[in-house]
Design a protein around this ligand. Structure first.
Ligand code: AMP
Length: 397
């Protein structure tokens, strides 16, 4: 059984075709700069060279057509016919309170995803465009929606309510939702498998540290706290997002810099975080190199990033009432010994300590204390493909 996984953004589509028998990636790639005459199509079939082409790709429909053509190409392709695709799994960003699990996409589900556009105006419309393009190009192939928010539907009320007038929750569903759910769920399960215990018996904290970053407290398999909120802006310091700030700063900055609210929103999302602090880059490799060479702003930025993360780990261990496993994942979590070591310094009181040689080697299991400290590569595409298969099997049983 073959599943095509699609992650459709505003101007890019990432894809993977996975053979589910052995969970092997048959081909993967992405299309960037959709809507331009110079879109970049990258395609890597299994066992062959990567191809990068610049071509006109005017819409999401055309982008998916280009993907299908590559998959069926007589030389570079991995399929003889598109009928070999048994299901399509879509990453859908926001499911609001309506979607608590992955779903088979039909007209009702599409209406629900449309209702959630109010929560994710920059993401859900493009996710839906991908779904509709597949309806045209692969008619009859079942499509499954896998929501970034779904894993966090178990957040208890005390974790998801903002202390705003309650009507904003009651009438407008303004609350904390959380994101990166597919990744947090995937690595929590992997961690439980590794220690050989059921996830239902464990208290786990998962740190997804990529360009977007979030941390989740997983109590016996359920997300009970997570750092992103109504939008992915809340929580940890990120590549270009500020994370937690005093909300009173928003009118203050607007006043200081004579900015509109939309401009402040863009400043907090795109010009803040590590980029804002370093005034150079949001790439951790460059920041770490600059810090090693003595660049003071890069040193401050790294200290602030790790301090915020440490603060959340402490808070979440308190929420969980103990801790069995701490997981690091995503670009920084998987590859930055410096961030892990700086964050976990002086946490022996919690049972957290690290073997520095293993940490430097990005080993899988780097802890030496009571709490397991694991570095687990995330694989959101595989998690989406597995969920797609599960939903398709449920449908046919
Ligand atoms: P992601 O969003 O998961 O792709 O992660 C992107 C982030 O991971 C960027 O800030 C990269 O600089 C960072 N990253 C990737 N490799 C390394 C590395 N070897 N050391 C430090 N940071 C890294």
């Amino acid at each position: 059984m073959k599943v095509l996984v699609l992650n459709c953004g505003s101007s890019s589509i990432k894809f993977q075709l996975i053979e589910m028998e052995n969970e092997e990636v048959l081909a993967k790639g992405q299309t960037e700069k959709i809507g331009s005459q110079e879109a970049i199509f990258t395609y890597k079939p299994k066992g062959k060279e990567k191809i990068v082409r610049t071509q006109a790709i005017v819409s999401h429909d055309v982008a998916i057509e280009v993907v299908l053509r590559a998959l069926m190409d007589p030389y570079e392709g991995v399929l003889k016919s598109k009928t070999e695709i048994d299901g399509i799994g879509h990453r859908l960003v926001h499911g609001g309170e309506e979607f608590v699990d992955s779903v088979l996409i039909d007209e009702e589900v599409k209406k629900g995803v449309r209702r959630c556009i109010q929560f994710a105006p920059l993401h859900n419309p493009h996710n839906l465009r991908g779904v509709e393009a597949c309806e045209q190009l692969l008619p009859g192939v079942p499509q499954v929606g896998v929501f970034d928010t779904a894993f966090h539907h178990t957040l208890p009320l005390q974790a998801y309510l903002y202390a705003l007038p309650i009507k904003f929750y009651r009438e407008h569903k303004i609350r904390r939702y959380g994101f990166h759910g597919t990744s947090h769920a995937y690595v929590a399960r992997k961690a439980a498998e590794y220690v050989g215990k059921p996830v239902e018996s464990l208290k786990i904290i998962t740190c997804h540290l990529g360009n977007g970053a979030s941390i989740t407290a997983v109590d016996r398999g359920h997300s009970v706290e997570t750092s992103m909120g109504f939008t992915p802006l809340e929580g940890l310091i990120m590549g270009t997002r500020c994370g937690d700030i005093d909300p009173a700063l928003i009118p203050h900055i607007a006043d200081l810099e004579k900015l509109t609210l939309a401009q402040v929103d863009a400043l907090l999302n795109k010009k803040s975080g590590m980029l804002g602090l370093t005034e150079k880059t949001n790439d951790f490799r460059e920041i770490e190199d600059a810090a090693a060479a003595g660049d003071q702003q890069s040193i401050w930025a790294l200290e602030a990033f790790c301090h915020r993360l440490k603060k959340y780990i402490g808070a979440y261990s308190a929420v969980l009432g103990g801790l069995d496993i701490l997981v690091f994942t995503a670009g920084i979590g998987e590859h930055s010994p410096l961030v892990r070591a700086a964050t976990l310094k002086n946490m022996e009181y919690l049972g957290i300590s690290v073997d520095e040689a293993k940490n430097q080697a990005n080993a899988f299991d780097i802890g030496t204390g009571r709490v397991k400290v694991l570095v687990i590569p995330t694989n959101e595409e595989l998690a989406i493909a597995r969920d797609t298969l599960r939903i398709l099997k449920e449908r046919s049983s």
